[in-house]
Design a protein around this ligand. Structure first.
Ligand code: SF4
Length: 563
């Protein structure tokens, strides 16, 4: 970006067998000084589809975005649905690596086609949110392009900023939300990346017959599953299907994580979302990317049928709903719309707003008071810049010690006191508090979520599983067939590339990924002291089960010793 130059490079042998999150981790450890300023010229912003991206395989087009995190100060990968991963892969691009920094205050768009990559001035888009940025890019380049963009939060270099990606049909804002990667993109002077994959040819397959058979088996198992099939909760209700269960187990964050169940939770459930959406003419059960057979997304509309947000998800319902004392899906959706437009991670923003409410700057249950704070972020006022730095900075500035965060990053919508496996993941994952790095909710029937026994083993297993998903581009919700039989993933990879991998090779890739990320964090200065749940959660019992987080530190410190 300092030379305003684009160039194509052949993939070095060191990177050849890596994709998505694994490739990002390796590039970071090899090419980025771990102690660099995350918003300085030595950090790199990396976009990388997974190994299976761009193929016809269901649910395989997640796009990984990464760099050194401005929020955690460590390694970061966040991935999003939409068309970005598939388009980048179909353009034949293994990774887009953004280096350097332009002159202060300059903004650009990067337009990529099969033939060329070109940087163009985008100063006139500076004040636009992500929806308008995408609209302007589509006016310029045509409606079929995919637009990755930042909103005001990214331009202001706020650590709660994510990167928005356009998707299939009405799915117009899928965020790679976590870790402040929108601020990293802003620091590179990049307002948007526009992908035009229209002319891209189908990707070559080393063994087309094996690929077709494996892809068919994968899709069939998803379609026939009671969870992900057409009669399954994921398709009918989307991720909001779990609201009632998380509330019931006492892990639903309520009023800045001060309780684990919310009295108005029944207004936020998947059933309620489905009823409201369908009676108003919205959509349920749509895919965020072409070809996904699960199709877990929705288009939430207002009472007169105008689209508000696509898609309204569980984590957002938790952080912008119960966590703020709000028991109305309409109100949550409006706050969600603002976060998407300003390019904010709804988890980090929701947690920061909860902390602000505890400090008296807003009122729990009062949507207008939270809207006003989000608008402060978009205008870049001093208060907005504090909130936009996320929950930890907000708590420090406002004198609130009850900040639900680990490794500098706000917690998703599972209180770790009542789902202790997630607490272990929040504390120990190189990613910080991120449920997608190893979500124990799906295993709550096997390991008692309130007990301490087996939580570290479970978290490690799930963290390794997430490493596979995030490196192949597979969606977290499509995990059952590949978790049940690792050979299926191996067959898909071998039939795409002809590498002759075994299950042991796949497992080695997963282990090496975590080791690489841990090494980067260690060199960046992270220590065991960073791998902790906030102290107040070890002392303050969480209603209704009156539980604290009590997985022993020594067990968490030893979690990766078996890698
Ligand atoms: S399961 Fe849902 S989030 Fe995952 S790829 Fe399919 S539509 Fe997108």
């Amino acid at each position: 970006m300092d030379r305003l130059e684009t160039k194509w490079e052949a993939v070095s042998p060191e990177y050849e067998h890596l994709g998505g999150r694994a490739l990002i981790a390796r590039i970071l450890l090899t090419e980025v000084p771990p102690r660099c300023d995350p918003l300085g010229p030595n950090n790199k912003l990396i976009f990388a589809p997974g190994l299976l991206g761009g193929t016809s395989l269901s649910s395989s087009g997640r796009l990984s975005i990464g760099g050194k995190s401005p929020l955690t100060g460590g390694v970061k990968e966040a991935n999003c649905g939409g068309n970005g991963g598939s388009d980048l892969a179909r353009l034949g691009i293994k990774a887009l690596v953004v280096e350097g920094q332009p002159a202060a205050g300059m903004l650009y768009q990067l337009h990529i086609t099969k033939e060329r990559a070109e940087l163009l001035p985008a100063g006139e888009w500076r004040g636009l949110g992500t929806y308008d940025t995408a609209a302007r890019a589509r006016e310029q380049w045509g409606g079929d392009c995919t637009v990755l963009s930042i909103g005001q939060a990214g331009v202001f270099l706020m650590s709660a900023a994510g990167v928005a990606c356009t998707g299939h049909d009405e799915q117009d804002s899928r965020l790679a939300a976590r870790g402040g990667l929108g601020a990293l993109m802003g620091s590179k002077g990049l307002k948007a990346v526009v992908l035009d994959a229209e002319a891209a040819a189908a990707l070559p397959l080393a063994d087309a017959e094996l690929f077709r058979a494996s892809a068919r088996r994968f899709a069939t198992e998803l379609i026939e599953s009671p969870k992900t099939g057409r009669k399954g909760a994921m398709h009918l209700y989307g991720t909001s299907a779990i609201v009632a269960a998380v509330n019931e187990m006492g892990a639903f964050p309520t009023r800045n994580f001060s309780a684990g169940s919310f009295e108005a939770a029944e207004n936020l459930t998947g059933q309620r979302l489905r009823e409201l959406t369908l009676e108003r003419g919205g959509k349920m059960g749509t895919p965020c990317m072409a070809g996904c057979v699960i199709a877990c997304c929705n288009q939430f509309v207002d009472p007169v049928g105008n689209p508000v947000v696509s898609t309204l998800q569980y984590e957002t319902i938790g952080l912008l709903g119960s966590n703020l004392g709000i028991g109305s899906l309409d109100e949550v959706a409006r706050l969600n719309r603002l976060c998407n437009d300003y390019g904010l991670d709804s988890i980090e923003a929701g947690a920061a707003l909860g902390v602000a409410a505890e400090a008296g700057l807003a009122r729990f249950g009062d949507e207008a008071s939270f809207t006003a704070l989000l608008d402060e972020i978009a205008t870049g006022s001093v208060l907005g810049r504090v909130l936009g730095q996320g929950a930890v900075v907000t708590g420090r500035v406002l004198g609130v010690s009850r900040v639900p965060a680990a490794r500098g990053q706000a917690m998703p919508a599972y209180d770790p006191r009542a789902l202790k496996g997630n607490g272990v993941t929040y504390a120990t994952s190189p990613m910080g508090a991120d449920h997608t790095a190893g979500n124990a909710f799906g295993n709550r029937l096997e390991v008692n979520p309130l007990g301490t026994e087996g939580q570290c083993e479970l978290s490690l297993k799930l963290q390794l599983g997430a490493a596979m998903l995030d490196s192949t581009g597979l969606c977290l919700f499509a995990r059952p067939p590949v978790f049940a039989d690792p050979q299926l993933t191996v067959d898909l990879i071998n039939s795409r590339f002809g590498w002759g991998w075994s299950v042991a090779d796949l497992e080695e890739m997963q282990r090496a990924l975590l080791q690489t990320e841990l090494a980067f964090n260690e060199e960046a200065g992270h220590t065991a002291a960073d791998a902790r749940i906030p102290e107040y959660m070890t002392r303050e019992p969480l209603p209704p089960h009156k539980v604290v987080f009590d997985v022993p530190d020594a067990e968490m410190d030893a979690i990766f010793s078996a890698l």
